[in-house]
Design a protein around this ligand. Structure first.
Ligand SMILES: Cc1cc2nc3c(=O)[nH]c(=O)nc-3n(C[C@H](O)[C@H](O)[C@H](O)COP(=O)(O)OP(=O)(O)OC[C@H]3O[C@@H](n4cnc5c(N)ncnc54)[C@H](O)[C@@H]3O)c2cc1C
Length: 374
């Protein structure tokens, strides 16, 4: 069976590793820092694109099975890891009235049963979620939407992989170079000059993926997009639903933590917090749920999304002009919810199995040759 090298241990790399292991492959996973500490840790874990009608069908196709897939993986991994990564089925309220019509019809129009929605008037709304501000007299409610506790998800997968006899994990091991020979990668080389060989190699390097452009002579239009978060601690099960208004959200975890965000800024690989952004997040959070003002903020952080064009359609498949170099990167705002289906598609393409979804939309053939682009 094949031996695969995965460069990048975020959710894209880790889920891809799981899929390949299930098929009997062996996997070596490399990360430049501690595994699972980049965007996949920083994200909110909503298992749906925010306002899915604002995204291309190719994004929704990969996202639609997220809840089912994570429920399955949680059941599979938990006996070995003892970690429940908590798929919290809270549903989601959206208050943006201009999205009501499309939101209510989206499930049917685009065959997305997870996105069934209902229109709630004031009494029903405040009964369902008593903490919602009185300024909102109606909302649309998506009862099937859920969130995953993503830091625990990563912890769980890593715990499973570390025990697995066909996995080798190399942390704090930045891969500097691909050793190329014609259409083949022969080895990957770390910063100390150490070479590692495999049959196939997968780039799962998230926001850092453009670093391969020069060596591969293609344009890779993936850039880091800074997103900031604020974490509140409330009593357990205090906020019954996720909430969304004007692209800001509140995500309750089972134990009462509420993740609030987010922002979008392009400032390279700088992950420092911005005080104005924090103020915006707090203003938006208090506008939805005023009682949060009296509850403690316990943490803030920022992460780097792998921003990509075309509404964030990821690159999944064989890299142009290569036989054994694969991509699974560029998931932008939806990498957690697209991860299980992205990893499955990668595995199916890499092992020559019939894909569940049509792969064309994700093909790295979209990447332009550097010479042609200039
Ligand atoms: C604030 C915020 C909120 C978000 N909310 C959501 C949400 O609610 N739902 C959702 O679906 N998505 C959300 N996202 C998006 C999601 O987090 C990302 O799309 C996803 O995590 C990308 O995963 P990844 O594995 O591709 O990248 P990452 O998790 O960033 O992993 C890439 C890894 O590659 C490693 N690496 C890079 N270069 C090298 C190299 N040369 N050698 C070795 N290792 C290397 C990095 O160290 C890193 O660990 C959010 C993101 C942010 C920042």
């Amino acid at each position: 069976m094949k031996h695969i090298a995965m460069i990048g241990a975020g959710i894209s790399g880790l889920m891809s590793a799981l899929e390949l292991l299930e098929q009997g492959c062996s996997v070596s996973i490399f990360d430049q820092q501690q595994s699972g500490q980049a965007a996949s840790w920083a994200g909110g874990g909503i298992l749906s694109p925010m306002y899915p009608w604002r995204y291309p069908a190719a994004v929704n196709v990969l996202a639609q099975s997220a809840k089912t897939e994570y429920l399955r993986w949680n059941a599979k991994l938990q006996p070995d890891t003892g970690i429940d990564f908590q798929i919290h089925e809270t549903g989601m309220l959206i208050f943006d009235e201009s999205d009501f019509d499309i939101g209510l019809n989206f499930a049917e129009l685009f065959q997305q049963p997870m996105q069934q929605a209902e229109h709630l008037h004031s009494t029903e709304l405040h009964q369902l979620n008593p903490h919602i501000s009185a300024q909102f007299q109606q909302a649309i409610y998506f009862p099937q939407l859920a969130n995953v506790r993503n830091p625990r998800l990563l912890q769980s997968i890593l715990c499973y992989l570390k025990q697995h006899p066909r996995v080798q994990l190399f942390e704090h091991c930045p891969i500097e170079r691909l050793e190329l020979h014609g259409q083949q990668v022969r080895a990957i080389v770390d910063q100390t000059g150490q070479r590692y060989q495999a049959d196939d190699y997968v780039l799962t390097t998230g926001a850092w993926s453009a670093r391969w452009a020069e060596q591969l002579d293609v344009q890779i239009p993936v850039r880091p997009v800074h997103g900031q978060m604020v974490l509140f601690k409330t009593p357990e099960n205090w906020l019954p639903t996720m909430c969304m208004n004007q692209v800001m959200y509140l995500i309750p975890r089972q134990d009462g933590h509420i993740v609030c965000g987010s922002s979008m800024a392009e400032q390279g690989f700088d992950t420092r917090l911005n005080a104005d952004t924090t103020a915006n997040i707090l203003e938006a959070s208090y506008a939805m749920v005023p009682a949060l003002k009296d509850l403690p903020i316990i943490k803030q952080w920022a992460g780097l999304r792998p921003g990509s064009p075309d509404g964030g359609i990821p690159y999944i498949g064989l890299m142009p002009e290569f036989d054994n170099l694969w991509a699974n990167f560029g998931h932008f705002r939806n990498g957690l919810c697209m991860a299980p289906a992205s990893a499955r598609l990668l595995r199916q393409l890499l092992l020559g199995q019939p894909p569940d979804v049509s792969p064309e939309a994700y093909s790295p053939a979209r990447l332009q040759r550097a010479a042609l682009a200039s």
